[in-house]
Design a protein around this ligand. Structure first.
Ligand SMILES: Cc1cc2nc3c(=O)[nH]c(=O)nc-3n(C[C@H](O)[C@H](O)[C@H](O)COP(=O)(O)OP(=O)(O)OC[C@H]3O[C@@H](n4cnc5c(N)ncnc54)[C@H](O)[C@@H]3O)c2cc1C
Length: 258
């Protein structure tokens, strides 16, 4: 199976509360400037977080600020260029990753800063079949596919045999026993077994992970996956992900480690 990714949650601004706040500090014109066409909450949240730092909703609110950038693209480009990346930490996206191997999940969880992870537990969830991704080059090798498929079928059969051997489907088997045996059984699953997780990351983290995990030296499946993540985000928030140059699947940003 092919690794898949979906965005299942994204920022949502409460514009009434923002307006109430801006009325108190005298920055209503910022909101009026935004209110043209479709609102991009991810970008607006990053801009809001940036503007509070210098009270730069409009000129004059901070006597030190005489001019403000009124174009959001230019404003956010400057955030990236000046490495003011902490404001991007407010903007989080949640993804469900489906059909990704434990090879991928093991590498992904190494990214700790700015992430949250909920991974399918193979201690609780008993493996029935062993879904598996084969890259195109592998699929073109008939003998490799024949041998690999036979091996996977044998491993699946062994999973079923163990479930019977341990009487896991008998009436009254305590869950603790099922859990212990399921955990033993997963040891005989390949690292390539496809599984799932929910992964949340903020935009600062996403920019770093997209770069490092689509780089030409990165692992094949995680490159494929993060190419998809980057494609989705470039549509979601073009001003926050529009500075990448994509070459042979590698996403290289104009501004690194913001
Ligand atoms: C191509 C490739 C090959 C790899 N090969 C190996 C390997 O052979 N063996 C292996 O063990 N790992 C390997 N890794 C994993 C790698 O070492 C990192 O653990 C992983 O990429 C997470 O990235 P990160 O360290 O940037 O952490 P993230 O959690 O993504 O952190 C982002 C940034 O925040 C800062 N940061 C985060 N935590 C700390 C901290 N505790 N202290 C100070 N600063 C911090 C750093 O600047 C860091 O780059 C590989 C990664 C890649 C991309």
């Amino acid at each position: 199976m092919e690794p898949e990714v979906r965005i299942i949650a994204r920022p949502q601004i409460d514009y009434e509360e923002v307006a109430a706040y801006l009325a108190e500090v005298g920055g209503e014109s910022w909101l009026e400037r935004l209110d043209r066409g479709e609102l991009d909450d991810a970008q607006n949240l990053a801009e809001f977080a940036g503007r509070i730092c210098y009270r730069s909703w409009e000129p004059g609110l901070n006597p030190n600020v005489r001019r403000v950038r009124t174009d959001q693209d230019a404003y956010l480009r400057n955030i990236l260029a000046s490495a003011h990346g902490s404001v991007l930490e407010h903007v989080n996206f949640t993804f469900v990753l489906h059909g990704v191997s434990r090879v991928v999940t093991h590498e992904l969880v190494r990214h700790r800063a700015g992430t949250a992870v909920s991974q399918e537990s193979l201690r609780f969830v008993r493996l029935d079949d062993l879904p598996f991704w084969f890259p195109d080059w592998a699929q073109e090798d008939a003998e490799l596919m024949e041998r690999a498929t036979a091996l996977l079928e044998q491993m699946e059969a062994f999973q079923h045999w163990m479930a019977e051997r341990f009487h896991l489907d008998d009436q009254g088997v305590p869950f603790s026993e099922k859990k212990a045996k399921t955990s033993f059984m997963r040891r005989f699953a390949p690292e390539g077994v496809a599984t799932g997780l929910v992964w949340t990351a903020n935009v600062r983290t996403l920019r770093h992970v997209i770069e490092s995990r689509t780089a030409s030296g990165a692992e094949e499946e995680i490159r494929l996956l993060f190419g998809k993540v980057a494609d989705l985000l470039a549509k979601e928030a073009p001003a926050l992900f529009g500075d990448y140059v994509v070459e042979d699947g590698a996403w290289t940003p104009a501004w690194r480690k913001v």
